[in-house]
Structures are given as structure tokens and as C-alpha cells.
Design a protein around this ligand. Sequence first.
Ligand code: PGA
Ligand code: ZN
Length: 428
Amino acid sequence: MKIQNVKAIEILDSRGNPTVEVNLKLEDGSVARAMVPSGASTGEKEAAELRDNDKNRYGGKGVLKAVDNVNSIISKAVQNVCFNDQRSLDYFLIDLDGTSNKTKLGANAILGVSMAFARAKAMSSGIPLYQYLGGSNAHVMPVPCMNVINGGKHADNTVDFQEFMIAPHHATSFTEAIRIGTEVFHALKLVIKSKGLSTGIGDEGGFAPDLKSNEQAIEMILEGITKAGYKPGVDVSICLDPASSEMWDNGKYKFFKSSQKLVSSDDMIKLYENWTNQYPIVSLEDGLAENDWEGWKNLTNALGNKLELVGDDIFCTNKSILLDGINKGVANSILIKLNQIGTVSETLETIDLAYKNSYNCFVSHRSGETIDSFIADLTVGINAGHLKTGSGCRGERIEKFNQLIRIENELGKSAVFAGLKAFKNVKA
Ligand code: PGA
Ligand code: ZN
């Protein structure tokens, strides 16, 4: 099947920053579109996101160079060429770029083409995207980990930790889980309001009030769970992403938005141990910084047998970094973000490596998103069992949930809701 044409344009993401949209047509008439997301608390080793750096447009954030790379270099190279499968296109693009982290063409240019091709191929084969990505065994519906309180780089409040999520794992289906999660989200709004705090939201749709401490965020969420009529730890548990690379300050961790206190890696681990004893936490992502590998090993030794420890910035969806982590006993799960690595095939390879080594995969959106719901299909495709894609509001987050509701309906009796066992090493 030949690619008939591929065309990119510059569109906007959920923060009002430019991003790349790619439209791709196969010779049988299958047409597909993909939109590329963008992070704020990015890992140092992520594939390169190409921006124009022209201060006269969008404060330098324009992506016209990446768009042009699709419309000139990539388009010329792939037009009327037959790619039998995803890998043949993706590795062709990797070679065309020729750099180790996609700096020449831009990971945003390459990923847009890769995702649009995946969609077009699925369409052309007459199968849903999740099946194209994962095969005929794709059937596990994920626990939606909903980021109901935003802090860190995603909100202008006093909360240091970036993400406080709820995991409505005690449900019989995804559709029911999303109802429970959204009911808690609404109850939490009332809790926050009753304390005279702001119910304005952050980048991922979670509330972003000024709080006295990071603990207060957890306490309020527990109140919200109870207020909505559910039992913390039984029906709904908590996942955290402190995004602590943002707190890393010369070998210490700085509570950069609240107390300005500096603490050690061991202090952070003690804090998580205390929290794990006190609160129903099932997953901790980026508890320590991407450059604190020793700390990560200690954290994994301390908590890895009872909690899901997810590596985001430290692994960057990169299979060689993940392999290093596996060999060193770092984390027990990996966050999966397509644009950290830049092609669908490399993302699937990283997932494969994780599964072969009993690491869980936790699929994720970026803080800068579009209404593209590719990750919803990816989550089911790889039977990941859980994903994070925002809270109970903001269209670009909700679209992923809605796509998962559609998939669950389509799968019908074949669909199996993952529940608590989605979380690595968490015992009921
Ligand atoms: P980002 O945040 O998209 O801003 O990187 C998401 C995360 O840290 O998981
Ligand atoms: Zn993260």
C-alpha cells in the first residue's frame, strides 16, 4: 500500500501553543489525521521537539520548521512509496532524520507522520486502531487515573508536587469507573469550595488551589472520595506524580513553591514510606529525579514490593534507558509517552521490553494536549490496564475517556476491566 500524500499544518494545543497536525492519505483512499502533544515537565533525554525559536511568532514556540520538514523532506521521500508495515515506515523516517534523537526533522514532525500512518493503515485494513497497535488480544479496559489536583509546573499555585490522581479501581467496567471518578471530581470541587479555596483548574483539568502543604491535597481528595459515597482504598485509591526532577537542586530536593525547604533523597523516600502507611497510595511516578539513579535504587528497594513505582523522566519511553533501569533494579513500571521517543514502533518496542521484564506500562497524555485520542487506543491495544489523561473536565482530556467508552462498547463482552491488579505489586 503506497502513501499517496502527507501534509502537515501548524495548529494549537490545549495551552494555546502551536503544535503539528499531519494528514496522510494511502493510495486506497484511507485518510487519517494525527495531532502531536507537548510536555512542560519534560525529561532531559526526550526526543527533540523542534520549535522555530522565532520570537516574533508565538514567543518562539512556532512549529513551522517541523511542518515544513513534513511537507518538503518527508513528503518527498515517502510519496508513492509502499510501506508494508509500521516498522518499515518508522525506521525509514528514523534513517531519513539520521540523528540519535530526531533533532534534524523534529520528533514532533516524525511522530505526527507515524501516528497518522498507523491510523490510515488500521482504516485500510478495516480494523480498529487498538487492534492495529496491539493485535487481536487487545481487550483490557484501563483504570482511569484522574489527575484531580494539579501543582508543580502545571499550575500557578503553592503546591510543589505536580499530580494527585484518583484511581477508581473498584468497578466492573471502564464506563462505571469513569462515572465514579467523575463523581469524586465533582465532590472534591465542593470540598475545596467549602474551605474557601479556588476551584480554578490547572493544565490537566485538576483543581489548582493554594494549599498549606502537599499532604492537604491528599487529605482533601480522601474527603472528596468519602463525600461522593465511596471508600478510600477500597473503591478509589491514589496515584502520585510529584515530577520530582523539577525539584532537583544540586543533589537535593527543593520544595520550590511552598516552604523552599531542601531535603535529601533519603528524606523523600521516608516521606513516601510515611505516606504509603498513612494513605491508600497504589502508584508513585517520578518519586525521585531523573538524575538521582542511586536514590531510585533505594526507593525501589524500600517500596517496590508493595507499590507501583513508575519511571517517567528517568526512562523517557526509551528502550535502552529502560534496559539500564531494569539491570540496575530501578522502578517496576514505566510511563509511556509517544512523543518522548517519537515513533509508534519505538514506543511499542519499549513496551515489549517492559513486559518481557515484568514491568508494567502506564500510558500517559502530555500536559499540552489536543483532542487526538490515539493514547486511548494504545492503552487498550497493549492491555496496559491503566492510563492517565487528566481529570473530569477539559475537552482534550475527556476525548480520551470518551474514546475508551466507545472502545468498551465495541468490545462488548470481550472487554475486561483491569481493576486493582493493574497496579504493579499492590495487594488487595
Ligand atoms: P508533562 O507532564 O506532559 O508536562 O511532561 C506529564 C508528566 O510529568 O507525567
Ligand atoms: Zn510524570
